[in-house]
Ligand binder design. Sequence first.
Ligand code: ADP
Ligand code: MG
Length: 313
Amino acid sequence: MVEWPEAFSAEGVSRPHIAFEIKFWLNLLVSIRAGKNTQPYSTNNALMIEINSLTFAYPHTSPLFENFTLNISRGETWAILGPSGCGKTTLLYLLAGLRQPSAGEIKIDGELLTRPRPHSGLILQDYGLLPWSTVRENVDLGLRVRKFYGPDGTHTPENYLPKQNVEHWLERLGIREVAGKFPSQISGGQRQRTAIARTLALEPDLLLMDEPFSSLDALTREDLQNLTLSLCAEQNLTLVIVTHSIEEAAALGKKVLLLGGAPNQTPKVFENPNAGQAGHRSSQEYHELCNSLWEEMQTPSPQPTLNERGSTQ
Ligand SMILES: Nc1ncnc2c1ncn2[C@@H]1O[C@H](COP(=O)(O)OP(=O)(O)O)[C@@H](O)[C@H]1O
Ligand SMILES: [Mg+2]
């Protein structure tokens, strides 16, 4: 068995998430190599995400999603909220192309999603940094993968050329001073900034985040939440952020999708148009939304009848 070096076992660096992160980058590399996802970097499709009649179940379990349909427009900011185990991470992995629907389909930017696409950025719960690489090397990772093939129009779309902009993103995320350090030597907030810098260096059009701020202290969390929103607005990104925190969903999502007990069938969506604007967190609208979400989460989901239950298994 390969020994896990002590320096890599530092708090906040989790092996399962690193494994998933490596899988994500390898999948991305395979998809680039296969010449898939080479469609031009389109900006004229108003719909960024189309989830059509999605059904998904892990093997030998009843479905988490059943005949679930939802559209997300380009440039929107969505929060996916729900209690632990309701399927938030699963939905994000489906949107990332890391899991495939049992039935139905997902389209991103008009294209059927069959594997991770180069234009989607994914940030996992524990940052997914490579512990053996410095902050600068971590930020550069995706670009190095792309550079390996080059913008040849076959493996990477010609009009999608991420610049060699590592220094820009180190600066923009405020981590230039720690660029030579390893993930175990920096704070949780700096790790998250590194993960965001690495993803934005690839100039994605869609950013998927799984509970990205849950392990940060309150001040760092709010700081990074605000920075993420302003970067998404600046880059015209579509943002889908998973959280189990009602306050975070109400602070960040202009639309909040509330998931509940399986199977999730009809999406419950709450409008929150002023999310991200100055003063929103202290507004009456914010507090009312928090209350509505809290009440809704206390309401038990209707149980399927025996017939319905039979048909779902
Ligand atoms: N690989 C897997 N195999 C089987 N069941 C899984 C797997 N991953 C997650 N689950 C189950 O699916 C449900 C939803 O998981 P998940 O999407 O991680 O929930 P959430 O992110 O909302 O906490 C949970 O009951 C979890 O135990
Ligand atoms: Mg989760």
